[in-house]
Design a protein around this ligand. Sequence first.
Ligand SMILES: *Cc1c(COP(=O)(O)O)cnc(C)c1O
Length: 436
Amino acid sequence: MKNLAQSEWLAKQPLLEQVMEKKEILWRNPLVEPIKTALNHTKLSKEDVEDARLRLARFAPYLERVFPDTAANQGIIESPLTPIPNMKHVLEQSYAIDIPGQLLLKQDNALPISGSIKARGGIYEVLKHAETLAIEHQLLNAEEDYSQFDEPAFRQLFANHKIAVGSTGNLGLSIGIMSAKLGFDVTVHMSADAKPWKKDLLRSKGVHVVEYEDDYSKAVEEGRRQAEADPTCHFVDDENSTDLFMGYAVAGERVAVQLKEQNIRVDGEHPLFVYLPCGVGGGPGGVAFGLKLAFGDHVHCLFAEPTHSPCMMIGMMTGLHDQISVADFGLDNKTAADGLAVGTASAFVGKTVEPFLAGCYTVEDRTLFKLLKELADSEDIWLEPSALAGMTGPIQTIQSDISSANSPKATHLVWSTGGNMVLEEEMKSYYEQAKK
Ligand SMILES: *Cc1c(COP(=O)(O)O)cnc(C)c1O
């Protein structure tokens, strides 16, 4: 551990004691700033997000052609924003607390192509890389119809290029499915905790899957090392990629449109609280950045992490980001929440969101399973365990009296991050586990 011993950190940040005890807690970020000054700390801007939005719009005719499940939305990969009043009632009952505002679920579990939040950033980065190569090889200019990406000349070009990624599962699905569809030679380096069905699915689509006995960081490190040795290989770097981040950030403006369509106001009097499950940080970080650009000081974003893997909370609390890990506080990084079993956060994301984020909170695995069953029973919406980490957000912010979380004019938006790709039998076993 850099600079200080564990006991010194505990003296400086007493909340770390509860982190070590694996309690469900909320940490407020003391470095959060008004949007006007917060934006001065980063090179990333509204223009970058707009560039990403336009690129996704150019690719929409292609996506509509090759992925029929995107046709209903004309090739734009987007998910429903759903009021969940029955679940709100369940939460109020089980925590004996009033949630005066309204409760919405942003259903990235239902995103087309790969059924998780990774269908935003992961697919965006692959498309951007494909576009760059196509322009470099003079196959098209940016004004042309992108549905040609499905034609043989493009597929031949991509067959000579490699894409690689390290993943616990869902990022691998997004990168693998999209890259294989374009014709790339794609390899997914998978950690030991990745589900066998995810590996099988990828192999069935022609993706090379390399398995590791170690955790996520090891798979990423090994993938990066192999990719660096090969100039034709593009490595999707979950810890440092601004492309991934921008793909996620496009969600901010899209949510603003959806809220407007549902006549839900967000302004000085009507705050918006958004709860985002966090692994390495890119997904929730990018979405939070986009939301901040869309709503400024009227939106409060919080990251949710398992009690066994609160890497972003620890990284931000100590200011050490990727120079400290959950193991430094005696935590084992073991959780059933796929995608959230990350011991060390991305420093790029941690530093970028430092002036934007309201805070982080933790949630126990057994809470995730309980919520999974309750949401299925009350709303007939089926999520994977990690996707429920956001659901205790309203409880946490109201109990901790964060801003005006308990206002009847507040909107609480829980970001559901995955679910639709999970096999039915797997989902049933999650549900059965919750009964115990
Ligand atoms: C990847 C993932 C997250 C978190 O995204 P990060 O970019 O790793 O922080 C949350 N939920 C699910 C289901 C995921 O797959």
